[in-house]
Design a protein around this ligand. Sequence first.
Ligand code: ADP
Ligand code: MG
Length: 395
Amino acid sequence: MKNTTQSVNRQENFLNLEDFKSEVTIASPGRINLIGEHIDYNGGHVLPAAINKKIKLYLRKNGSDTCNIWSENYKVGFSFKLSEVVPSDQEWQNYILGVVHFIEKLKEGSVQGFDCVIKSELPMGSGLSSSAALECGLAKGLNELFKIGLTSEEIITLSRDAEHTYVGTKCGIMDQFAVTRGKKNHLILLNCQDLNYELIPSDIEPYQLVLLNSNVSHNLASSEYNTRRNECELAMETIQKKYPMYTYLVDVPEAVLEEFKEELPQKVYDRASYVIAENQRTLMAANAFGDELFDVVGKLLYQSHEGLSTLYEVSCKELDFMVDFSKQFDYVLGSRMMGGGFGGCTINIVHQDFVESYIEAISKAYKEAFQIDLSPIEVKISNGVKKKKNGKYNK
Ligand code: ADP
Ligand code: MG
């Protein structure tokens, strides 16, 4: 049931950040993912990290039964009563409403009226997971404000549930995990089946991770996301009829998938074949990373992109152009699209001495090809969501 009764407020003085006295301030980061794309909901391994670009959330109790939210980025606010938490027809409101709903489901009566101002330096819909940063940031903020006692695991899963149910994107667990559990200067090798993880030092000197935002977002991202999920489920159900021992696609050996080549629709077969190979690439990349074989990691990134583009079909001409263009430079070890796809960023491993000239060359070529400016995004690998205490951010 969608509700359209939430009152929308566009007045500039509705929760003015300038004189807003917050009781709790939260910094909630975006994330990168080196490799392992569309793998979390297939039960495989991913290699994400939280970054130094973040959403800040300023919160205070207001002593009423109403919650007031203001997004500095949209310059729009809205209010809702705690007795009327139902999905809205405004997508961004659903991240907020969903988180409040699922906290209340876990700990009834724990949330009271509050005011919250959101101010973000994360581009939206670019594959840096501003969505998980918003969900986990709000969950952490309410947890601190009302001393609810939620664990990090609960913050991760309730944020994911909010995105599934209120927003309608059947995302995996990677984004919320990375945003909450991120550790400075470390990649997280996360097993999405059991949430076991290993931290891998992220230093790649003399190379650097460079993000390039294509500044396109084709409007397919959320609908195609759910379609891919359904295609993977169809592959799994078909395989399970003969091989009930496999629960997740990533555990199906390639030879077993091969047996279903005729039975599965071609596209579904391609999706499954991508998923199985990508999970293996992630494990290989984690090992190569540990051994400082960054050229091997780079090659795996290129292979990942090829699979995302031709088998999983979540790339677009702009991203393909960027990845292809990078291949002519020896100082770029690897490049691939990052995030759900159909636009957003590429992640690139570039020699530190050539970062500037590479950005210049690719920006010029991209502008000529598409009349669009590329935006380089400088990222550092940072800690997960934090509360500000005595002027400093603490876990
Ligand atoms: P990504 O997670 O890659 O940034 P998504 O489409 O999953 O892309 O999430 C982006 C959505 O999250 C936005 O369209 C908006 O609904 C919500 N969002 C993110 N940041 C903000 C913000 N600062 N203010 C309001 N809504 C936001
Ligand atoms: Mg998202």
